[in-house]
Design a protein around this ligand. Structure first.
Ligand code: SF4
Length: 263
């Protein structure tokens, strides 16, 4: 049976909503408004692993933030490195589900292939994730947090490009992917340019229409070895394409107990 993501946190909110919630919290705590401006960049721009690490804040405030607005994390279960510098990360979510990200360096470019679901319901014939079945949708934080965790570990690893080609069909989790795109793209959050973010889909028409309706020009790419969903291939009103990233259908040796590969 499909499970649901953990309780939403501050990091699951779109940038404007998170900023407003922080401002409300600061006001309710009787603190000066500048404290909200001090806290806000530590969500995504200069992420903090924990409020306890933000040493420019008074110790009592750090403790209160940690108790009332804790910063969610993804736990690194395994990291594998290949000889060409490609790195695969296996993340354990708060409920024990496992998802993957793959960081692919190429010159000045660092492309991160991220997951949008735990497992996948679509069962594409070439894909090991499809054999797992669908476990659950990821929350906005669990999607954009795959980038946040890399930045926390080493800011030099911050990806220049994002491709939604890890586990799952992103347009079947549109509500969370929509928020995650804002977190990835907003200059107030991770600040990765829209044209450097590619959504790969088997062709979920309602999701493609929702993606095309967004103001930013995100790239998209079709992927399928079987007939498209919802009938004939649509002619997307904002058809855009980018270079097919090297993680396409990459197969990995499986870590013990981990999913064996993604698309
Ligand atoms: S290729 Fe993508 S959409 Fe198809 S089963 Fe694998 S994860 Fe799902």
């Amino acid at each position: 049976m499909a499970r649901t993501p953990a309780t939403p946190t501050l990091l699951d909110l779109p940038p404007e909503a998170a900023e407003a919630r922080l401002a409300d919290w600061v006001a309710a705590a009787g603190l000066p408004a500048y404290r909200a401006r001090q806290l806000w960049p530590r969500l995504w721009q200069r992420p903090a692993a924990s409020w306890l690490d933000v040493t420019d804040l008074p110790s009592p405030l750090r403790a209160r933030l940690e108790a009332e607005l804790p910063l969610a994390r993804l736990e690194l279960a395994t990291e594998q490195r290949s000889q060409d510098g490609t790195r695969k990360f296996l993340w354990r979510l708060s409920d024990g589900e496992l998802i993957e990200s793959v960081l692919i360096p190429s010159g000045e470019r660092r492309t991160l292939c991220i997951s949008s679901q735990a497992g996948c319901a679509l069962g594409c014939v070439f894909c090991a994730t499809g054999t797992m079945g669908f476990r659950r949708n990821l929350s906005p934080f669990e999607i954009a947090g795959q980038v946040r965790e890399l930045v926390l570990r080493d800011p030099a690893d911050k990806p220049t490009n994002i491709v939604f080609m890890g586990m799952g069909e992103p347009l079947l989790n549109w509500e969370a992917v929509d928020v995650a795109l804002s977190l990835l793209n907003s200059p107030e959050a991770l600040g990765i340019g829209a044209r450097h973010i590619t959504i790969s889909t088997v062709g979920i028409v309602p999701g493609m229409e929702a993606l095309a309706a967004r103001p930013s020009n995100f790239a998209w790419r079709s992927r399928s070895t079987r007939p498209p969903r919802n009938g004939a291939w649509p002619s997307c009103p904002s058809r855009r394409s980018t270079t097919w990233p090297r993680c396409s259908r990459r197969r990995w040796p499986s870590a013990s107990g981990s999913p064996s590969s993604t698309c």
